[in-house]
Write a protein that binds this ligand. Structure first.
Ligand SMILES: Nc1nc2c(ncn2[C@@H]2O[C@H](COP(=O)(O)OP(=O)(O)OP(=O)(O)O)[C@@H](O)[C@H]2O)c(=O)[nH]1
Length: 324
């Protein structure tokens, strides 16, 4: 095993498909940080960074990287953000990058490793147990999902509360076929023993794996060759009006085809804000304890499949509740 010079700051990349639970994991980690100064870089693929608003940044600094995928479109923004982190007057104890749900986390890890001050601890990839088998059957998504899994040092099969035993068995089979013997943890709400995140286990996994630019399981990561901007489409708006919570829930239950991911913060009363989430064909609306958030909605789908008209009708039309 290689040892890390103490001056180097550990870097962890959290990847996984849209809505798999990356922000949920990050928030758990930040809550357990116990005074460690963590720099958090969050890439949201759309024009608005909802994740940055949903991250509980009490124990660290959060930098939002928006309007593109850091692995293939806005890599320079990531490099600049890393320089900003590394030049901070009070040094950070750790750097965590939350990849966008469409990105190749290995490519992000490579960009991070270009900074000699950083030492890669590992790549954690989350899988939405309830959605992944349907997603991987879509030929337009298979490659993105497989690349993500192949990049992992730790696979977290999340949302196991959403699946029956037979479906979980199918997910296990797919994970084994794609990620081989990579360590795996099955959970709900991204609940992991924190020891898995603090580098002890991941560093061991990393040392046994290929170095940057090598081939994983026969899959070449060097020639990334993807433009997620061409593959995925986003839509966003900043609705100021007050929404009816019941109508929003009904809209989520019958969400339009082609919507892969939606998230946002909306007003649901005069002094009430709610977080709206849709992933893996499941939607939730949750009242936020603290009032006064900037409202925003972001949606992601495959190019040509994102239901823009339905989204505009639901969220842009002034003074009307979304069609239920
Ligand atoms: N039922 C269930 N819901 C979960 C679980 N983990 C997370 N969620 C919910 O799934 C939704 C998406 O979770 P996030 O943590 O935002 O997912 P993400 O991977 O960060 O999403 P993107 O950054 O948009 O790709 C949220 O509403 C979470 O509360 C789980 O284990 N079970």
């Amino acid at each position: 095993m290689t040892t890390r010079p103490s001056a180097r700051i550990p870097l962890t990349v959290i990847g996984g498909f849209l809505g798999a639970g990356k922000t949920t994991l990050l928030n758990r980690w930040l809550r357990a940080a116990q005074g460690r100064r963590m720099a958090v870089l969050v890439n949201d693929f759309g024009a608005l960074n909802i994740d940055a608003a949903l991250i509980e940044g009490a124990s660290g600094d959060t930098i939002a990287l928006t309007n593109g995928c850091v692995c293939c479109q806005i890599g320079d923004d990531l490099s600049r953000a890393l320089i900003q982190v590394l030049e901070a007057p009070t040094p950070f104890d750790a750097v965590v990058i939350e990849a966008s749900g469409v990105s190749d986390p290995w490519r992000i890890a490579q960009l991070g490793m270009a900074a000699p001050e950083l030492a890669l601890e590992g790549v954690i990839v989350l899988v939405d147990a309830g959605a992944v088998m349907a997603q991987v059957r879509d030929p337009l998504l298979t490659d993105t999902l497989e690349r993500q899994l192949e990049a992992a040092d730790l696979v977290v099969v999340n949302k196991i509360d959403r699946v029956e035993a037979e479906e979980l068995a199918r997910v296990r089979e797919w994970v084994s076929a794609t990620a081989g013997k990579t360590p795996r943890f099955e959970t709900a709400q991204a609940e992991l023993p924190m020891v898995l995140l603090d580098g002890l286990s991941l560093a061991g996994a990393r040392s046994a794996r290929d170095e940057p630019g090598c081939t994983h399981e026969g899959h070449a990561h060097q020639g990334h060759g993807h433009d997620h901007g061409a593959q995925f489409d986003t839509w966003s708006c900043r609705p100021e009006r007050v929404f009816d919570a019941g109508a929003l829930r009904a809209w989520l239950r019958d969400a339009p085809a082609g919507l892969l991911r939606l998230k946002g913060l909306l007003r649901t009363g005069d002094a009430e804000w709610s977080e709206i989430q849709f992933a893996g064909r499941h939607g939730t609306l949750r009242k936020l304890a603290a009032p006064g958030h900037a409202t925003a909605v972001l949606a992601i789908g495959l190019q040509g499949q994102l239901p823009r008209a339905a989204l505009a009708a639901a969220f842009e039309r002034d003074g009307q509740a979304p069609a239920s």
